[in-house]
Write a protein that binds this ligand. Structure first.
Ligand code: ITT
Length: 190
């Protein structure tokens, strides 16, 4: 069985493929020949996830799901939030991570959380699944696994950043895995 995942992000694709490995073959946007950078003009993760999944339904007439996610930092009024991918104005993980560290300089409240909202479009119906993980922002980046803000995020109850964990370890606890597990449970019921 195949499932279309409306993403251009290779890391998200890998994580999701790993989570669905023995259940579904996962096709991402490049696999279905979609080269568009789908506009994310919503004001919430749910709206943006839905814009991505609906784009595929409208243009390709196939059911699909999409993930909108980001880092919410308490001391920065929950920024970068939905702007996580382009916080500095450019879509570059290193530059965005540096900007976060700069804004967090001297901050003693390091609390943050990663959030994912997945939109599953089935025909005209939209189903939403959310995953959240709480943690802390480190002062310097460590680790070379994963992507985005992984090198500065330490989940509560752990010593390592997400970037110091293997993908399998991250997939046991991450925001994306929590949302995906809800999606998987939903698909099982169908
Ligand atoms: P698609 O929209 O094509 O799926 P994207 O990278 O643009 O890919 P988002 O719009 O959802 O995805 O932006 C998510 C950003 O939030 C991402 O670029 C990272 O900077 C950050 N992010 C999300 N999940 C993350 C994770 O598990 N680890 C580290 N950073 C993450």
């Amino acid at each position: 069985r195949e499932l279309v995942f409306a993403t251009n992000n290779q890391y998200k694709t890998q994580e999701v493929r790993n989570l669905l490995s023995n259940k579904y073959k996962v096709l991402n946007l490049s696999d279905i020949g979609c080269t568009t950078d789908i506009p994310e003009t919503g004001s919430t993760f749910a709206e943006n996830a839905t814009l991505k999944s609906k784009y595929v339904v409208d243009h390709y007439h196939i059911d699909c799901f999409a993930d909108d996610s980001g880092l919410e930092i308490e001391a920065l009024n929950q920024e970068p939030g939905i702007f996580s991918a382009r916080y500095s104005g450019v879509k570059d993980d290193q530059t965005n991570l540096k900007l976060v560290l700069q804004k967090m300089e001297g901050q003693t409240n390091r609390k943050a959380r990663f959030r994912t909202v997945i939109s599953l479009m089935r025909g005209a119906e939209n189903f939403l699944f959310e995953g959240i993980i709480n943690g802390q922002i480190n002062e310097t980046p460590t680790g070379d696994q994963g992507f985005g803000y992984d090198p500065i995020f330490v989940p509560d109850g752990y010593e390592q950043t997400f970037a110091e964990m293997s993908m399998e370890q991250k997939n046991l606890i991450s925001h994306r895995a929590l949302a995906m597990n809800k999606l998987i449970a939903f698909l099982k019921e169908q």
